[in-house]
Design a protein around this ligand. Sequence first.
Ligand SMILES: *Cc1c(COP(=O)(O)O)cnc(C)c1O
Length: 487
Amino acid sequence: MAKTGKDDPRQMLRYLPSIEELLSQMSRRANTIEPDARANLARRVVARLRSEIEEGTLRPGSKDEVLRRAVREADVTAAALLGQHPVPVINAAGVILHTNLGRAPLAQEALRAINAAAAGYSNLEYDLVRGERGSRLAHLEEMLCVMSGAPAALAVNNNAGAVLLALNTMADGKEVIVSRGHLVEIGGSFRMPAIMEKSGARLVEVGTTNKTHLKDFEQAITRRTGLILHVHQSNFVQKGFVKQVSVADLISIARKHGVPVMDDQGSGILRDPGLLGAPDEPTVLESLEAGASVVSFSGDKLLGGSQAGIVYGESEWIERMKANPLARALRLDKLQLTALEATIRLYLTGKADEEVPVRSMIQASSSELKKRAGALRDALRAAVKEDAADRKGAPALTVKLVEVSSVLGGGSSPEVELPDWGVALVPKEPGLTASGLERAMREGRPPVVARVSEEQVILTIRAVFPKQGEHLPDLIVRALKRVRTRH
Ligand SMILES: *Cc1c(COP(=O)(O)O)cnc(C)c1O
């Protein structure tokens, strides 16, 4: 006997609705999507269900159930497409350069500049004095050089692009020597060996995972060597029986053999080594002064600007990079460029510490953070008390001031922990768990991203903008209400 839909999930393929049928059942909200796009959406939903049936991941059901499932999926997708994305999030996770939360928030000045330049036409690549085509990058390069004193600079779409461009320009068809301890993976599939391969350079690994000595590099230098690459270990720390060679030592041997050195710094602190406490790594300028031919870092990490890859270096190498066709493929778009220039202007006028959010967050004093966390605790206690009074019950949470630490994140000095203050929410209401509350907070508007530790939800204050902090008590009470409706 032939199997019915219930025994053989693949029989359910026959139950898939036609596009017309699905379209006729979709919600009014989904119907605000224009007809061609709506039909495309319906087709994609049916195709997704088809592959779920083929893979056996769709629970067996009747024809009616399959239709309802398709309608629900189409409506949910439509609502998601029509809603704003990305939405602003309150970052109480204690990670300042949170890559998943968009890394560096931009300064107000940068936002104003984007608005002004992007709403209409601009002289992005037009020389207003001569009335002819100008350079997109000359202005930014001048700013970068004046800010640093470096002889030449270039900026591209991101630091992964900067590394690709530098490797391709400096070592296409040649060997690049890298310590095994520097073959890092930065989140989002940036892997140094993969970038290296795409650049046309040949990777020569030296040393071991935990230890690389200067002599390892020295022995690997041949006539085929095009470059020695030093990579910041950005997102991990090696402890114990470890050794890596400093940029300065690499330069000393590279010079003897006439080989250039590139330092991929990742985060890149330009000049103030004390910014993150104990300075045990060279700044961008120190690396250049020590003789690195090229130093690269991201625009949206510690600099606090837009996504970009900034390259400082010897004029000859920078000129060659600019002439490389890859530079065009990797160029900054006008919004990134405008935001980056506005951010650098704040450095040039000495206002960066106050006005670039990442800088002011990093430099906020412990007493200021304690005061803000204390105010949050008080406001939260009052809100929780009010919520209890409304329900004629006991407070759902106890709220405590806690001393915590935050990290830089975003593939930047992982060992650097910044002392911080926060508020711990300890669930008291029956059925309320820390992870349930944390999830409900994430699902609010705006979402609040926090950590769970030992059955408490921890809100860390440093990366919470003061204006956002004022909304936290209300958002958390609303999250409590959402948890209750789930029970
Ligand atoms: C972050 C990082 C990169 C990648 O930079 P993006 O700007 O994200 O492309 C490359 N190298 C190092 C060492 C990094 O820390």
